[in-house]
Design a binder for this molecule. Structure first.
Ligand SMILES: Nc1ncnc2c1ncn2[C@@H]1O[C@H](COP(=O)(O)OP(=O)(O)OP(=O)(O)O)[C@@H](O)[C@H]1O
Ligand SMILES: [Mg+2]
Length: 373
């Protein structure tokens, strides 16, 4: 019997906890194997990082490949990026570590890896130091030269790639592009949630990465397939869940991966033998109540109009024309120009997003909470 709660909320924990994405997995593997870079885009928390790990898991036994996953979210400049890439590449090696580090140090002179032992865990750690007399650009060149010498096909996933546009260095795109173009044995996955930023990076002919990559727009997981996955996870724990309860979960969460996972994790944690629609609804209410502090905090951080606008969008279940007379009139939002300003502010704060038709509240549970006010 399954003991662990099978609805994972953190990093990838293997295929048994991962729902579907078969088609996307195949598409990415095909791109990589044929050495085409690929860019993975989706809204926050739909499963980009999980999918990259899933792809790497499928390829883990391929002896021809060397794979690196690098999440650059927390980097603030080129120096940080270089340090992270170096750490990821050096830190990844197993068994023959010493030998590898020796080789790495020989070809990457500007970076000194040092092996130390973590005093808390007792595990070996690789410490990376960029020598003071080298610029991060030199280090980057050296690292890429080192990669060039690899006999294996190297795959590098840069997660949260849009972060490079936040660096103080203004030439990041051109700089990376220059290196990337020269690597014949390395293929890249670029991934991120700032859709417009990434799209313009790769689709604008004036920018360095223009047509440098294929695009994969990640959507929600098919509702029926997700429901089957959920049911199976419950069954493995000798429990069950009624079909109307499954339908409610998908409605409440809009099939958005993180929210589905979170909801099911909560339900599973109740240890009920059979999950009914009543239990699902009660669980939703409890989640909203638990998050109330956060939602009130959002309210404090927003202007009166911004919050009112959010509430109106939530109550409409998404709105096609948020500056229309009808919408503004119904919710007494003032003038179209002030609504427009509020919309831009909410967009920049990632409180709302636009799909092909409508503007929506980003956080699905927050939307539910607003809707009920
Ligand atoms: N196919 C899947 N089946 C089950 N769980 C998944 C699946 N894809 C992602 N998850 C889980 O959902 C959560 C959100 O996924 P993930 O972190 O991969 O999204 P993301 O798009 O990278 O988010 P962000 O934009 O915040 O980086 C994680 O806990 C992850 O383990
Ligand atoms: Mg991610």
């Amino acid at each position: 019997m399954e003991k662990r709660n099978p609805f994972i909320l953190s990093v990838y924990a293997g295929p048994r906890y991962f729902c579907n994405r078969d088609h996307e997995t195949k598409t990415i593997i095909n791109s990589l194997k044929n050495r085409r870079n690929i860019t993975l885009i989706s809204h926050r928390r739909l499963g980009k990082s999980g999918l990259i790990h899933h792809v790497f898991y499928q390829l883990r036994n391929d002896k021809e490949l060397k794979m690196f996953y690098i999440d650059i979210m927390d980097t603030e400049d080129l120096h940080g990026l270089v340090q992270l890439i170096a750490k990821e590449i050096v830190g990844k090696v197993d068994g023959k570590t010493m030998n590898f580090i020796k080789k790495f140090s020989e070809s990457v002179k500007s970076i000194r890896p040092k092996i130390s032992v973590d005093p808390l865990t007792g595990l070996p750690e690789v410490e990376i130091n960029i020598q003071n007399d080298y610029s991060p650009e030199t280090s980057l060149t050296e690292i890429f030269n080192y990669l060039k010498k690899q006999e294996k096909h190297v795959i590098i996933a840069f997660d949260e790639f849009q972060q490079i546009t936040e660096y103080p260095e203004k030439n990041m795109e051109a700089l990376l592009r220059k290196h990337i173009q020269l690597l014949s044995n390395t293929t890249f996955i670029f991934s991120g949630s700032r859709k417009h930023m990434l799209l313009s990076m790769f689709n604008d002919y004036r920018r360095p990465f223009y047509q440098g990559s294929e695009l994969l727009n990640l959507g929600t997981i098919d509702r029926k397939i997700y429901q089957k996955f959920i049911l199976n996870q419950f069954k493995k724990g000798n429990r069950s869940i009624e079909q109307p309860a499954l339908d409610l979960i998908m409605n409440y969460t809009k099939s958005h991966t993180f929210y589905v996972q979170y909801f099911c994790n909560k339900l599973y944690g109740l240890s009920e033998k059979m999950i009914t629609p009543e239990i699902v609804t009660n669980t939703l209410l409890r989640i909203l109540q638990e998050n109330e502090v956060v939602y009130f905090n959002y309210k404090k951080l927003l202007t009166g109009l911004q919050f009112k606008l959010l509430e109106a969008i939530a109550k409409e279940g998404g709105i096609e024309k948020p500056t229309s007379k009808h919408f503004i009139g119904t919710y007494q939002l003032g003038t179209p120009s002030s609504v427009k300003t509020a919309l831009s502010a909410l967009m920049a704060k990632e409180m709302i997003y636009k799909d092909d038709h409508k503007t929506h509240v980003y956080d699905v549970f927050f939307e539910k909470w607003l809707e009920r006010r």
